[in-house]
Design a binder for this molecule. Structure first.
Ligand code: ADP
Ligand code: MG
Length: 662
């Protein structure tokens, strides 16, 4: 059937086992990267089982492509979505009920049309395929509320087997998919995330130096064609202009007209453009096999997104590179946007309390609440996603479920966690590919280091430059090795506290030293976890390698050359952040996650106890967060922090400045 119907000579890796399970009627969850050939895994079993396969798919364009390709293979395929006439949809439904279709594609929102699923249930499909299944989980990065209807509607179509397909599910999303779909015992296949022709390189670099670095990397023609991902439209435009002087380059972002975007994409595809500098909007439809390099000009927001983007390099199987330029300033930028996009739950609460069972026009509600327009918009959207408000077709709002808060808070926390994971990915000296594989929970993988990333093969790096350790660094390195010789497998956090100290600077120095030891083949870093208050906390253990046990010679240790430059980044940050802090803290939730915020909190508690007043009488959370962000180093600077008045400055000025200076 593979050859006759689909014209393929052989299965791609893992397809056969998946097809077998699905054809036999087992529920299946399939997680494989984009381009791995997931569609076949429901199409072939669908044909094998006979009858109609029902496919739920979130994008009209995707549906149209699939239907066209199936029709081209002589199969009977149809689709129902909002882009089609009502009469067409009725005809398709009739054909379905007559048993005249091999495949019926529907958009998820159809499940909400009264009576639609009842109709389908009159003649149950023989297989149900759910494409892009991660959309059902709000833990994923592309949650679609309509997908939630699946959980309610599927039972009507059971016991038909279900196959859920996605490219981006992490273990927690996988679990959620199974729960939401009500297929807890599904066979789960998670495969193919290891890319053997992709060398990943992460390099810490202050933002102002990144464009130059990207230009240097791409100067070598062997590193093109290339895609550069920029953090903003402006950054994309600027770099594209700079590069265009040397080779054919275009910027690509959501601010361009669709037609222009299509033209650029087509030119790139045909080899008429060598470099695209894009924001995240680029790449969905790109299937260019010979992309040699993907550069990220800033830290992406999640490993899922990052992996999809670097996955566009080297589809032809030839050696290619992904270079991530980052520093921890990037995390702050993300957090800023995150706070904007996920308003404080109290804002959602205000809207929810103002709602009644009788519908009110949205505008009227917005006006009566006198909320900042942007905040209102975001808060309302989130409230809707979590069921706290019902929006009618004519834009009127009614009160929804009361239980919106917990899932919203969970989602918000989850976004922060994704960011945290991405940051850790970039900063941890652990084989990049192994980190990705662990992140996705690739179960079929053998766990060997990739041998070509900046951790495994520092000498082959094209962006990062290394130097031997200084005399002082050699002393510190030797101390670490001695500590491990005494007790192997120590937690790196504890070692840092014992050997250096626990300020952020100490930690960064320590990370640099550890990374040097990893590169020198002297230690291995292994992630580990423990449970605390129902949460899983990740930490890292360091183990001596056999080489270290034999000789312990430091000759092979390498330290990044621009390490000092990168370390200056946090100080540079202070000025620009302070300028922003006064207006940004008003409507967003205070960020108390930084080490400095923790220090300030500890100080506040002590002071509150001493003076026997509640802590918030000393400093509010908002002020505390603003302080931690602004890091004032003089009293003048302190007074510019929002929430700090002359009284506080007079009473605590010296102490606060001292704490902020660290
Ligand atoms: P995914 O959904 O996993 O991103 P697709 O199902 O769209 O991937 O498949 C990607 C491409 O691979 C398609 O062009 C498809 O025709 C092709 N393909 C799938 N399976 C095979 C196979 N066994 N042999 C050759 N080509 C295949
Ligand atoms: Mg697909």
């Amino acid at each position: 059937m593979l050859q006759r119907t689909f014209g393929f000579s052989a299965f791609r890796p893992h397809q056969e086992a998946v097809c077998e399970a699905a054809a036999k009627g087992e529920d299946v969850l399939l997680v494989m990267p984009t381009g791995a050939g997931k569609s076949l895994c429901y199409q072939l079993p669908g044909i094998a089982r006979g009858g109609t396969t029902l496919v739920i798919s979130p994008l009209i364009a995707l549906m149209e492509d699939q239907v066209a390709s199936l029709l081209g293979r002589g199969l009977r395929a149809e689709r129902i979505h909002s882009g089609r006439e009502r009469s067409e949809c009725r005809q398709v439904l009739r054909a379905y009920l007559d048993g005249a279709l091999d495949f019926l594609f529907i958009a998820p929102e159809r499940l909400g049309v009264p009576g639609f699923v009842d109709q389908l249930a009159l003649r149950k499909p023989t297989l149900i395929a759910i494409d892009e299944a991660h959309c059902i989980s709000h833990w994923g990065h592309d949650f679609r509320p309509d997908y939630r209807l699946l959980g309610q509607r599927l039972p009507q179509l059971r016991p038909t087997p279900v196959i859920a397909l996605t490219a981006t599910a992490t273990p927690i999303v996988q679990k959620d998919i199974l729960e939401q779909l009500g297929i807890p015992r599904a066979r789960t296949f998670i495969h193919g995330f290891r890319r053997t022709n992709l060398a990943i390189e992460a390099l810490e670099l202050p933002p102002p130096e990144r464009a130059e670095k990207a230009a240097d990397i791409l100067a070598d023609p062997a590193r093109r064609p290339a895609i550069v991902y920029a953090p903003s439209r402006k950054a994309a435009e600027e770099l594209a202009q700079k590069l265009a002087r040397r080779f054919s380059t275009a910027a690509y972002h959501a601010g361009l007209k669709a037609q222009v975007r299509d033209e650029i994409q087509a030119k790139f595809q045909r080899g008429l453009l060598e470099v695209i500098v894009a924001t995240i909007a680029f790449g969905m439809g790109v299937d260019k096999a010979d992309v040699r390099t993907v550069i990220h000009l800033a830290l992406p927001g999640s490993i899922e997104g990052y992996y999809q983007e670097i996955g566009r390099a080297g589809r032809d199987g030839k050696p290619s590179r992904a270079i991530l330029l980052h520093s921890f300033v990037d995390r702050r930028t993300h957090e800023f946007f995150l706070e904007r996009d996920y308003p404080d739950a109290s804002e959602l609460g205000r809207i929810h309390r103002a709602l009644r069972d009788e519908p009110v026009p949205r505008e009227a509600l917005a006006a009566s609440l006198r909320m900042d327009a942007e905040v209102f918009e975001k808060a309302l959207e989130k409230l809707w996603i979590h069921g706290g408000v019902e929006v009618s077709a004519n834009d009127e709002l009614r009160r929804g479920r009361p239980g919106w808060k917990a899932p919203y808070l969970a989602q918000r926390a989850r976004r922060l966690e994704q960011l945290e994971q991405m940051g850790r990915f970039a900063e941890s000296p652990i084989c990049r590919m192994l980190q990705v594989l662990r992140h996705f929970g690739d179960t079929g993988d053998d766990g060997r280091p990739c041998g070509q990333c900046d951790v495994c093969a520092p000498r082959d790096c094209i962006a990062a430059r290394f130097r031997p350790p200084s005399a002082a660094e050699r002393n510190q390195l030797a101390t670490i090795l001695r500590a491990l010789a005494e007790t192997d497998g120590q937690s790196t956090g504890r070692m840092c506290r014992n050997l250096l100290g626990e300020t952020p600077e100490h930690r960064r120095t320590f990370e640099t030293l550890l990374a040097g030891l990893v590169r020198g083949g002297l230690i291995r870093l292994v992630p580990d976890t423990f449970e605390k208050d129902g949460r899983t906390i990740t930490f890292t253990r360091a183990w001596l390698t056999p080489t270290a046990k034999q000789s312990g010679a430091l000759d092979a240790v390498l330290i990044p050359e621009d390490e000092t430059a990168a370390h200056e980044a946090p100080r540079r940050r202070r000025r620009s952040r302070r300028a922003r802090s006064s207006n940004e803290t008003k409507t967003t939730r205070p960020d108390l996650s930084s080490p400095l915020a923790a220090t300030l909190k500890a100080w506040r508690l002590q002071e509150a106890r001493r003076r026997k007043v509640p802590a918030f009488r000393i400093l509010t959370d908002r002020t505390l967060a603003a302080l931690a962000r602004a890091r004032p180093s003089t009293e003048e600077e302190l007074l510019q922090v929002s929430g700090i008045g002359p009284r506080i400055a007079q009473t605590y000025g010296r102490q606060l400045v001292a704490l902020c200076r660290g």
